[in-house]
Design a protein around this ligand. Structure first.
Ligand SMILES: Nc1nc2c(ncn2[C@@H]2O[C@H](COP(=O)(O)OP(=O)(O)O)[C@@H](O)[C@H]2O)c(=O)[nH]1
Ligand SMILES: [Mg+2]
Length: 430
């Protein structure tokens, strides 16, 4: 099979060239529009071209008569194939009778005004069909590659199944698989991949409640910010006593929200402050100089009429004053987690707290998001007990938990997903 490229000013002329050359069964691999021309790439079979003449009778069925010699494919007339140029070669105008034969294959659109629009629509239709055809071809190739991989390298195929079941995203899965040496020992290879995954998860240890710091926690409504801050304050109090810690509510306008934080503060013996916005934090910090741990709670961004990018700039302006961390609920969909991590990384967040671990059915999305955006995980929360449900994050524990979730909930990677993962990565099999 050979690839041949055709260039013409519009799709109709390009298709006509291809059909003239190769008959109606030419396999068009892809189309491209560039600098006012249309480019078609066609897979050609030289043998089929020799027999292209035998394709012509299929067209004759409609008209009932053979095509005149001048509109027959060049190869069937024993002529050399036309030179492919930037402009289409002048295709002989078919006779009116032949035209009626060809019309069903390449719609002929004439009228200059409304007709132009119709021609564009027809071209767009053809374009759409070609795109669908290409997609189909890619899917078939991916399916072939997946079948071939399961046969030739069952260990790698099994690891792909595991990573997909864990919910690990495609790019990370590919990177982890690349580091596995060729082996028939599935247990060993599985350990390597899981160790690799664990090693990629950035964590922070217990630095915040050991040494303190100024932490601004942000994230969507209900993501567990206030719960995590209260649990952090409790962890501090258990270790150092109540002195040295402070809780701050910045910009919270919801009824009762500050009172809730203040109640938690009273319970722990920690003072609570309220400011209108994180921009007021530097001023407040002057008063809190003898506090080693300052925990700042914020309302969820994106309230009615709020300029979300201005909110982001407010957080970014805290660089050097406070550590911005985002609460990532592990229960969110993988795509939402990725978007959340990306946005907060852009706004200067340098850490995260993974919340709602106890409610998550899969951890791959959260793990992929923190690795993908290099957002170190400081703590995890798995419930609402102030003293028991917040722990410093450990990569090993997160991976073990992710695997246990797959085993407990019997999540299996469906073959369709795995096949799609082969697209664009056909080299995995080699
Ligand atoms: N099961 C569970 N519930 C949580 C967790 N974190 C927070 N919650 C609950 O989720 C709700 C919202 O939490 P909150 O801390 O107020 O979220 P915020 O809006 O981000 O401040 C509350 O009812 C919390 O008790 C968690 O890790 N696990
Ligand atoms: Mg809150």
């Amino acid at each position: 099979m050979k690839m041949q490229k055709y260039t013409a000013p519009d799709m109709r002329s390009a298709l006509r060239m291809v059909r003239t050359e190769h008959g109606p069964d030419a396999l068009i691999l892809w189309t491209r529009r560039a600098a006012g021309v249309v480019e078609l790439t066609v897979a050609t079979d030289p043998e089929a071209a020799v027999h292209a003449g035998t394709l012509a009778p299929a067209l004759q069925v409609v008209g009932g008569e053979p095509l005149p010699a001048r509109s027959m494919p060049a190869a069937s007339r024993g002529e050399p194939p036309p030179v492919v140029t930037a402009m289409p070669p002048s295709v002989p105008e078919p006779s009116s009778r032949v035209e009626s034969v060809v019309t069903p294959v390449i719609p002929e659109v004439r009228a200059p005004s409304r007709g132009t629009v119709t021609a564009m629509a027809a071209e767009a239709g053809i374009d759409g069909e070609l795109k669908a055809l290409r997609r189909l071809l890619e899917t078939q190739l991916a399916a072939l590659a997946w079948n071939d991989l399961t046969r030739r390298s069952p260990v790698i195929a099994e690891l792909m199944r595991l990573l997909a079941a864990l919910g690990v995203d495609r790019a990370l899965a590919a990177r982890l698989l690349d580091s596995v040496p060729a082996t028939d020992d599935l247990g060993f290879a599985r350990r390597m991949v899981l160790d690799g995954l664990q090693a990629e998860i950035p964590t922070l240890g217990d630095a915040w409640t050991e040494q303190g710091g100024t932490l601004v926690l942000t994230g969507p409504a209900g993501s567990g910010k206030t719960n995590a801050l209260a649990a952090l304050a409790a962890r501090w109090v258990l270790r150092h006593g109540p002195s040295g810690a402070a809780l701050v509510s910045a910009g919270e306008t919801r009824l009762g929200a500050f009172e809730h934080l203040a109640r938690l503060g009273r319970l722990l013996g920690v003072p609570t402050y309220q400011i209108g916005d994180v921009a007021e934090l530097p001023e407040l910090m002057k008063r809190l100089q003898d506090h080693r741990l300052v925990l700042v709670d914020t309302p969820a961004p994106g309230g009615r009429g709020e300029d979300i990018e201005a909110y982001g700039r407010g957080l970014a302006a805290l660089r050097g004053i406070a550590t911005v961390a985002v609460a990532l609920p592990a229960t969110l969909q993988a795509t939402a987690l990725r978007a959340l991590a990306a946005r907060h990384a852009r706004w200067g967040a340098t850490a995260c707290i993974l919340t709602r671990l106890d409610e998550a059915l899969s951890l791959g999305g959260a793990i992929s998001a923190v690795i993908g955006h290099r957002l170190p995980v400081a703590y995890v929360t798995e419930g609402t007990s102030l003293t028991d449900d917040l722990r410093p994050a450990r990569g090993e524990e997160l991976v073990e938990r992710a695997v246990a979730l797959v085993e407990r909930h019997g999540t299996t990677a469906d073959e369709d997903l795995l096949t799609r993962r082969m697209e664009g990565r056909l080299d995995v099999a080699s």
